[in-house]
Design a protein around this ligand. Sequence first.
Ligand code: UDP
Length: 406
Amino acid sequence: MRIAVISVHGCPLLTAGAREAGGMNVYIATLSRELGARGIEVDIFSRWHDPEVSEIEELAPNVRVIHLEASGRQFLSKDAIYPHLAQFQAGVLAFERSEGRGYDLIHSHYWLSGLVGLGLQRAWQTPHVAMFHTLGAVKNQARAGEHESDLRIESEQQIIGQADAVVVASPQEETRLERLYAHAQGKIRVIPCGVDTDTFRPLEMAEARRHLGLNGERILLFVGRPDPLKGLEILIGAASLLEHPKGVRVLVVGGEGDQSDSAYQPIHALAHTLDISEQVSFTGAVSQQQLPYYYSAADVCVVPSYYESFGLVALEAMACGTPVVASRVGGLQTTVRDGETGFLIPWHCPEPFAERLDLLLVNETLRQSLGEAAHAAAQAYRWPAVADSVLELCDELIAHRRGSVL
Ligand code: UDP
């Protein structure tokens, strides 16, 4: 089987946690590696985002990243990419012609890539699986201040109407998609995201802290892109409301890391106002290989997001045996089991987060037992099982297409 993965703005070579790279980049890289290891050839088509990278990069056995020009070779925010999609699509078609080998299936990620996927699906007469990762209409409802364009929402609607299947990572996302978009029934497949349990595993807390040069403070960990949807201000507020705020550190992993990172300016200002600046540290983006040290060093991982279609960070923390206190939104409602593997908070405000964090910080036995249950629950999301489900869908669509052509 040969799969063309379309990820116009989400190159899997980008460092997750910085700029716009996050769960989608990790998902594409890990799923492709898993498929490649099974002998499936995967070409990931992505925008040339850095003049230093080559046109073709080998990501893993059988997996290549193909960089195509769409308005130069420098980084471009995803908001600026739409006018260059036709050039990108022409590049994919030209590459396929130049190699003289076709693809059995197209797998597109995010609405921009979904539009390219529709063009390729027509040109190649090949089945197309779309995955949005986030949906514009859901984002607009998640938090005041989000303004996803009509163009995005109409494009998502068009992709849902024309693609052969739409993968969503949680039953909650399926419900939202069906409610907010037409013609989705019968096309949706719920396949959760996975976690690499070889990389994300429990390490001894003291050793993880030594490795990171951390002292004996209690650590509340936040991991994610610097995006207002992640609700970091809720954690900062909660940290200031703790019963014993002294001796507690909020560790923010992701972003640029220095004080000048403009995305975090409101967070710095809030921490200053609440007089806890000294207790908040920003590490910048950290590699997947280093992250298990952070999860294992933490007392609790906090995910105060307004919207998560799945929420890989929560699952990674769980796989490392760290309890999660998360907003009760999207896929977090499936991965985090309230009172068993962590706590789910139905309100987007600091007080209930502080209440649960206090509970975990004073009760070591509870913290440990939730952590153990979290580790056990995460094992259900190992990548081989996720890849099996994706492959099953691909096989089904390819067989269906061949059947209808014969
Ligand atoms: N991540 C990372 N380094 C960082 C911050 C985040 O590798 O410094 C990764 C994290 O491990 C996770 C992904 O980025 O795999 C974030 O995924 P999630 O689903 O939580 O959020 P999204 O980015 O999709 O909104």
